[in-house]
Design a protein around this ligand. Structure first.
Ligand SMILES: Nc1nc2c(ncn2[C@@H]2O[C@H](COP(=O)(O)OP(=O)(O)OP(=O)(O)O)[C@@H](O)[C@H]2O)c(=O)[nH]1
Ligand SMILES: [Zn+2]
Length: 192
């Protein structure tokens, strides 16, 4: 990421909105924004393996379903560069005893959210990455998120959650399993 270019652009942006980039509180703002973008857009143009390792293990007696519930995330909408944020539930059914290190699931959530995007793509990319890494019998992902571009501007509807989901493999065919996933992952405060 070109930090100097971001700094220049933010300086220009401050001028364009009628601010004084030289006043005390704004003097370091271009650097701060450049640093912040490097953090929140950390996965642009990268492959998951460039940001973290995705270690898998073999187990003899595999569980029916592995579910990590209510993983928090923050992302930026690609239309307005405003945050959308919420929680993700991720589950998979292993195949041939192949499982992934548990922490790698929130790491994958970080990977798919650290770039300008849409909630639908967060949902489908998570499924695609888990499928690529694990080739499991099925994956289930549900995302619940609030979008600041619908809250603090524009249509200005506050506190709404948008829900998206994707089910593959056995989660598509076995409705009892899907119900179990939805039951287990149901939380509070709008979390799925
Ligand atoms: N499907 C989807 N839409 C999103 C997401 N984040 C933001 N949007 C929408 O993207 C759309 C962009 O629409 P435009 O008409 O180009 O932009 P706009 O004039 O700023 O639209 P308003 O927000 O309605 O004022 C808006 O309807 C946003 O609500 C998302 O994750 N998924
Ligand atoms: Zn938006």
């Amino acid at each position: 990421m070109d930090q100097m270019r971001i700094e220049k652009a933010v300086h220009e942006l401050l001028l364009a909105i009628g601010e004084d980039p030289n006043r005390e509180g704004l003097q370091e703002t271009p650097q701060r924004v450049a640093k912040m973008y490097a953090e929140v857009f950390n996965s642009i143009g990268k492959k998951p393996e460039e940001v973290a390792t995705y270690k898998t293990f073999s187990v003899n007696d595999q569980p029916e379903m592995v579910l990590v519930q209510a993983i928090p995330f923050y992302s930026m909408c690609e239309h307005h560069l405003l945050p959308f944020f919420g929680t993700v539930n991720v589950a998979y059914v292993p195949k041939n005893g192949k499982v992934i290190g548990l922490s790698k699931i929130p790491r994958l959530v970080d990977f798919v959210t650290k770039k300008p995007g849409m909630q639908e793509r967060v949902t489908t990319e998570l499924v695609a990455e888990l499928t690529r890494i694990l080739a499991p019998a099925g994956v289930a992902v549900t995302v619940a998120a609030r979008h600041l571009c619908m809250e603090m501007r524009g249509v200005q509807k506050t506190g709404q959650f948008t829900y998206t989901d994707r089910f593959t493999g056995v989660f598509k065919t076995d409705l009892t399993l899907r119900q179990e996933f939805l039951h287990q992952s149901r939380g509070q405060n709008g979390k799925l």
